[in-house]
Design a protein around this ligand. Structure first.
Ligand SMILES: C[S@@+](CC[C@H](N)C(=O)[O-])C[C@H]1O[C@@H](n2cnc3c(N)ncnc32)[C@H](O)[C@@H]1O
Length: 282
């Protein structure tokens, strides 16, 4: 399976390139980026932006699996104000614009964002922004929807950024996010300890490496609740049937094991209620 995200390698090959990392010092300060993790992510994605974009457009895991599952969870976006965090080179940004959303998007990698800019021009508002930092350019309760496609696994802490997404969402809004499935990373990075919460590195688009956080399922769901969200949907996607013809081995792999996990979150209100859903959250 040639997947730009999360990796270009097949499982066997992936095992060869995977290595554990200890925490490292800062890589240098990029504009508006304060955390060492975010600085590293920015430089990793800056280094492979062009290859990543090319690969992402054709990869089975992105085009026939992750993106269709994300889009299926978004619903009708026409006329909605949408924030896309970690927009990368903008394939989802472009889809949102084409389907009538008013889009604000951000990414920590200037090179990825530049490609997104060339894709959508002035039809979306783009910001070079680190999701680990507050979204100071957005008012409270100003958005209908947040899309976070394959970005949260780069963040160690999910609670602070999710709380800020809660702040900017209207009560009727939702967050649609996709991340590495905990079982996938368990198999590839820490088969001896499912509960490990650790930073790991993989080859993404040859020869480029990306570094991200592997966590068990409950670390993800606990952060979601702590930030004031309820899980409306948890999806373990299957690839689109067309992939079987294009890439039978990727189809087989994605049909028989979980690679990514999608969540749709709804913001709980101060009294515990969730707009449009009867009763109160506990
Ligand atoms: C795997 S790519 C996905 C890109 C896009 N969402 C897509 O689905 O094509 C992850 C993106 O998240 C961005 N990213 C990672 N950490 C980030 C952070 N702390 N703040 C903003 N963007 C971040 C990376 O720069 C990269 O563009």
């Amino acid at each position: 399976m040639e997947a730009a995200c999360p990796t270009t390698a097949r499982v066997g090959k992936r095992r060869e390139v995977v290595r554990r990392l200890g925490r490292r010092g800062p890589l240098g300060t990029l504009s508006g980026v304060t955390s060492p993790d975010s600085a590293r992510t920015a430089s990793e994605y800056d280094a492979m932006a062009v290859e990543y974009d090319r690969h992402n457009a054709s990869s089975g895991a992105n085009s026939y699996y992750e993106r269709p599952a994300t889009i299926a969870l978004l619903g009708d976006v026409y006329g909605k104000r949408v924030l896309e965090v970690g927009c990368g080179t903008g394939p989802v940004t472009e889809w949102l614009v084409d389907h009538g959303a008013a889009v604000v998007a951000c990414d920590v990698s200037a090179a990825m964002l530049e490609i997104a800019r060339s894709r959508v021009g002035d039809s979306a508002e783009l910001h070079h922004h680190d999701l680990a930092e507050p979204l100071t350019f957005l008012e409270d309760a100003s958005l209908d929807l947040v899309v976070a496609s394959l970005v949260f696994h780069y963040l160690r802490d999910w609670v602070a950024p999710l709380r800020d997404l809660h702040r900017v969402l209207r009560p009727t809004g939702s967050v649609v996010m996709s991340v590495h499935h905990p079982a996938w990373d368990w198999r590839n990075h820490c088969p001896e300890d499912y509960f490990a919460f650790l930073q790991v590195s993989e080859v993404r688009v040859e020869p480029h490496t990306v570094t991200f956080w592997r966590r068990p399922l409950t670390a993800a769901t606990d952060a979601v609740s702590e930030a004031g969200f309820l899980i409306d949907r948890l999806v373990e996607a299957r690839p689109n049937p067309e992939l079987e013809m294009r890439d039978p081995s990727a189809f087989q792999e994605l049909t028989t094991g979980p690679f990514f996990m999608h969540l749709r979150l709804r913001p709980a209100q101060p009294d515990g209620s969730v707009a449009g859903i009867g009763g109160k959250s506990s």
